[in-house]
Design a protein around this ligand. Structure first.
Ligand code: CAA
Length: 299
């Protein structure tokens, strides 16, 4: 069945090579899922050789684990490993890419710079995607000569497991065109994800709901409830992991970016937890993990 709002699937362009801008937590997971499910070459790029090498090594390590678990044959693991490469030279890497997706730092100006650079080196028919969780895709498209080829394509953590992708059509004078949108849905199908078409609104749909819930748990702790008590209460809801574990998985910095974007858009509904802000500023990534200190002690 065609997802609601998806254009004619026949419009989709074939994707034979993928470029990923960034080699961090999300970007590396994206490289793996694209290479594994679409069975195409994927090239990662980042600012320096060390970041590129770290991202590629992570992907190759995950492939080795899948082979050890018997989920990939030796041959498939070898082919997959060869298909995931990295470089700092995006001009060479992306010249023949059919699709380039970015998963760099969640800052509009950084992402706009990425797209300005990428558009100079890709073919005219290359589809561009952003994995942003909360920024305006339309604002990113505004710096492009061909804004109609940009689409939001938002995955969730862990990428290999979470079934949903939010597909974001831009608005404005030259919105995402049907060819780009159809390609996004076809790629989502190839990745075995369920795609939903969402509006280009702050934090789209899932993160808007999730952030309300996660922020409130942090604010409860801000107000003096120990993390362990909040976690025990949350356990009773039967969630796969507590808000605080989830924050560790997503990364407090990303969660703070989403909370701040939503606070800017809807100040009354989305408070930003003072502890979350202090934890990010102090660079304490693991503080929300189960069995660790309370947020107040950490702050
Ligand atoms: N990478 C790949 N596979 C993973 C994985 C990872 N990081 N973590 C778990 N898995 C796989 C396991 O291998 C296992 O697969 P099999 O069943 O095929 O063996 C399966 O997932 C279940 O894992 P476990 O039994 O070890 O653990 P679990 O049952 O507790 O599930 C979980 C782990 C799927 C992560 C679950 O805890 C969960 O769903 N948590 C909530 C995740 C969530 O809400 N994510 C959204 C975050 S918001 C976000 O990402 C948005 C944003 O933009 C900021």
């Amino acid at each position: 069945k065609k997802p609601a709002g998806a254009p004619d699937p026949k419009l989709a362009r074939p994707v034979g090579k993928v470029g990923v801008v960034g080699a961090g937590l999300m970007a590396s997971q994206l490289a793996l899922v694209f290479a594994r499910q679409l069975k195409v070459p994927v090239v990662l790029t980042d600012l320096d050789e060390a970041r590129v090498a770290k991202g590629v090594a992570w992907v190759h390590g995950e492939i080795a684990k899948l082979r050890e678990k018997g989920r990939l044959s030796d041959g498939a693991a070898q082919r997959l490993t060869a298909n995931v490469t990295g470089t700092t030279d995006s001009a060479a890497a992306f010249a023949d890419a059919d699709l380039v997706i970015e998963a760099v730092f969640e800052e509009l100006s950084v992402k706009q710079d990425v797209f300005r650079t990428v558009e100079k080196v890709v073919r005219e028919d290359c589809v561009l995607m952003t994995n942003t969780s909360s920024l305006s895709v339309t604002a990113m498209a505004s710096v492009l000569e061909h804004p109609e080829r940009l689409v939001g394509f938002h995955f969730f953590n862990p990428v290999a497991v979470m079934p949903l992708v939010e597909v974001v059509r831009t608005t404005g004078a030259t919105p995402t065109d049907d060819v780009t949108l159809a390609t996004a849905f076809a790629v989502g199908k190839g990745l075995r994800k369920s795609c939903v078409l969402v509006q280009d609104a702050p934090a789209f749909v899932v993160n808007r709901l999730l952030t309300r819930f996660m922020s409130e748990a942090s604010v409860v702790v801000d107000e003096g409830t120990p993390v362990e008590v909040a976690e025990a209460a949350l356990d009773s809801l039967g969630l796969p992991m507590s808000n605080f574990e989830l924050l560790g998985l997503v990364g407090p910095a990303v969660a703070l970016h989403v909370a701040e974007s939503l606070h800017a858009a809807f100040p009354e509904r989305f408070p930003v937890s003072a502890n979350l802000r202090r934890i990010v500023e102090a660079g304490l990534p693991g503080v929300y993990e189960k069995g660790t200190r309370t947020l107040t002690e950490a702050a």
